[in-house]
Design a protein around this ligand. Structure first.
Ligand SMILES: Nc1ncnc2c1ncn2[C@@H]1O[C@H](COP(=O)(O)OP(=O)(O)OP(=O)(O)O)[C@@H](O)[C@H]1O
Ligand SMILES: [Mg+2]
Length: 232
């Protein structure tokens, strides 16, 4: 298994109150698969994703990604892991406002070990014509395309997407989902995606439903649907 999580626990403590955010999480995802995490607000989706991505740490349990137990890494190793292996896409793009589209992607490729070509990834997200624009000159969907290009230019093993279509309209959401599916096919990138939209699960190989810090359902989807055929 490419991602192998078992007995993962995470609590936040404020004063005398212990908030058990992840209770006893187990989940698996194979290399090259798309996984979708569904669940209500506050159920622990982002916390789980951030631990898998090395942004946060679990309290106990096992989190193995591509054979490495990331809970055992020290802070420097965890930073390297995050930088070299993980691409992140967030709901609100997080582009650097005073850098052009091309520069936003170059700053990542410059610090990557085996980056893809900047123009290639711009073409892959169909933003090659807007390389010299600034983020404020782009629509939300275009900014999300750039943020996906920035996430994949480092040629990450794992692409983590936290509600990537959360701020986008219907048609734009579908084009972003299609793009993620293309990235998965073209580069073989394993993708784990959080969404509130259960319809999106149709494009995933595995679906995880989180409730109150627990996986209440893990399903294998043998008949994945192309993103452009998903409707909601
Ligand atoms: N840094 C933190 N300190 C304290 N509590 C936190 C912290 N981060 C998250 N929590 C708590 O953990 C719980 C789960 O948060 P999380 O962000 O993982 O939820 P989520 O499923 O991603 O929700 P949403 O759909 O709203 O994004 C929430 O109750 C939240 O308040
Ligand atoms: Mg969240």
């Amino acid at each position: 298994m490419f991602i192998d999580v078992s007995s993962l626990k995470k609590s936040y403590i404020s004063g005398a109150v212990v908030n058990e955010v992840l209770k006893e999480i187990g989940m698996e995802l194979d290399e090259g698969e798309i996984g979708v995490i569904l669940g209500p607000s506050g159920s622990g989706k982002s916390t789980l994703m951030n631990i898998i991505g090395g942004i946060d740490r679990g309290d106990s349990g096992r989190v193995i990604v591509d054979g490495v137990e990331i809970n055992n890494l020290n802070n420097d190793q965890l930073t390297d892991y995050r930088r070299e292996q993980i691409g992140f896409v967030f709901q609100f793009y997080n582009l650097v406002p005073n850098l052009t589209v091309g520069e936003n992607i170059e700053v990542v490729s410059n610090i990557s070990k085996s980056p893809l070509n900047v123009d290639e990834v711009l073409a892959a997200v169909q933003m090659q014509d807007k390389k010299h624009r600034f983020p404020r000159e782009l629509s939300g969907g275009e900014q999300q395309r750039v943020s996906i290009a920035r996430a994949i230019v480092k040629n990450p093993k794992l692409l983590l997407c936290d509600e990537p279509t959360g701020a986008l309209d219907y048609q734009t959401s579908r084009s972003i989902l299609k793009l993620l599916q293309q990235v998965n096919k073209k580069y073989g990138t394993t993708i784990l995606m959080i969404t509130h939209n259960a319809a999106i699960a149709a494009m995933a190989n595995r679906i995880f439903k989180l409730r109150n810090g627990e996986i209440v359902e893990a399903a294998l989807n043998q008949a994945t649907v192309p993103a452009e055929r998903i409707e909601w």
